[in-house]
Unconditional design. Sequence first.
Length: 120
Amino acid sequence: MDIDWHGRFIAVHRNRVYGVATSTKSHQRCRIDMSGQLFAALLEWRRQQRARWLKKGKDVPHTFASLLLQQGESVVYVTEQFGHGSIRVTVDTYGHLIRGANRAAVDRLDDASARKKAEI
């Protein structure tokens, strides 16, 4: 199960039966939308977990990279910060956090076409 924080849905691609990870019954991924209340509760839980891990001094680099990418910082910048040998290492590790950026790119196209119409 993966949570898409930008799209506000849960992606289910495996099942657990008697403690053993298996494929889903249909052998396909499911996308489950979250209600606003569930989303808010999970965000708060995630915030508490991060605070707890940071207090213990664990997983700090991963948290740093995750927060940067979720805030829309450049993958190139994160790659440079971590000294990864290539951008591919960063994308392979943290790429799932960048999904919402695609939607923002499409929204910018709307803005660009509206500006062009206004200029004409």
